[in-house]
Design a protein around this ligand. Structure first.
Ligand SMILES: [Zn+2]
Length: 274
């Protein structure tokens, strides 16, 4: 599933090819990808608009349009946005094509059909649901400590909760907890001030490094060019199958389920003291 580094990579790599371009048409191969407004209104309000900017908030992409409207895209489990020649033959997983001027189009590929697009007036529908951005300067160790106060949920579940921190999912939560040497089942409030500091640093390092490696292609994630990211080659514990060993101490990596999510950790480096 694309998380913050994958969505940030897509944003960065689309920017030079999309901003300043006009939308000349929309082809909907699967109409269910449009969540708001009606399909007819979506197409009529989109066509003719210039894309004036792209931003990321959590795992959402926000395309600003010259009309003032905002096109919100969520890739969910298996979505990718591919830049291709307008006349390229869509493969069987392409659900929508946004045609741009100058012969290039944006192909929304989504094998499992969980992805969505919404055309709205502003970002209020998502802003109220999302916690702080972990790479913004105002996300300090103090802010993280404040978020953790009185939280009894497992730290792994909190990190994956978009209302707690925006943009982190299963892969990068496992990586950050390993780097901070914190067991995934520790409660949020049980972390010492030192552990909170380490976790804050680990979250930022893990996300920045993954952005540097253009995201992790463990599954169906592709960059807009169709190339894969390489962040998963640097994972220490995430997505390790049984039989792999901790790169630090050599102990077999364990997998447990935390709130329905498979979680990988080293039982030696990440002991469960409270
Ligand atoms: Zn270890």
């Amino acid at each position: 599933m694309p998380e913050l580094p994958e969505v940030e990579t897509i944003k960065n790599e689309l920017l030079p090819y999309v901003v300043g371009h006009h939308i000349t048409g929309v082809t909907l191969i699967w109409e269910g990808i449009i969540h708001q407004p009606s399909v007819e209104e979506f197409c009529s309000r989109l066509i003719g608009q210039e894309i004036t900017g792209i931003a990321r908030r959590g795992k959402y992409l926000l395309f600003s349009l010259s009309s003032g409207d905002l096109l919100i895209v969520h890739l969910k489990m298996t979505g990718s946005l591919l830049l291709k020649p307008t006349l390229a033959e869509p493969d069987r997983f392409i659900r929508a094509i946004i045609h741009l001027d100058k012969g290039t189009s944006l192909f929304f590929r989504d094998p499992r059909k969980f992805g969505m697009m919404r055309l709205v007036k502003d970002d209020s529908s998502i802003a109220s649901k999302l916690g702080p951005e972990p790479l913004e300067p105002n996300f300090t160790p103090q802010v993280l400590a404040q978020c953790l106060t009185n939280r009894t949920a497992p730290i792994k579940a909190l990190l994956c909760d978009q209302g707690f921190i925006a943009g982190i999912g299963n892969m990068y939560a496992d990586e950050a907890l390993f780097q901070a040497r914190i067991h995934p089942l520790r409660s949020g409030k049980s972390l010492s001030p030192d552990e909170v500091e380490h976790l804050h640093q680990a979250i930022q390092q893990v996300l920045r490094s993954a952005i540097g490696n253009k995201g992790a292609s463990t599954d169906t994630y592709f960059r807009p060019s169709g190339e894969k990211g390489t962040a998963h080659f640097h994972f220490q514990v995430a997505h390790r199958l049984s039989g792999k060993f901790c790169p630090v101490c050599g102990t077999p990596i364990e997998r447990i389920v935390v709130r329905n999510r498979g979680s990988y950790f080293c039982p030696n480096c990440q002991p469960r003291q409270t």
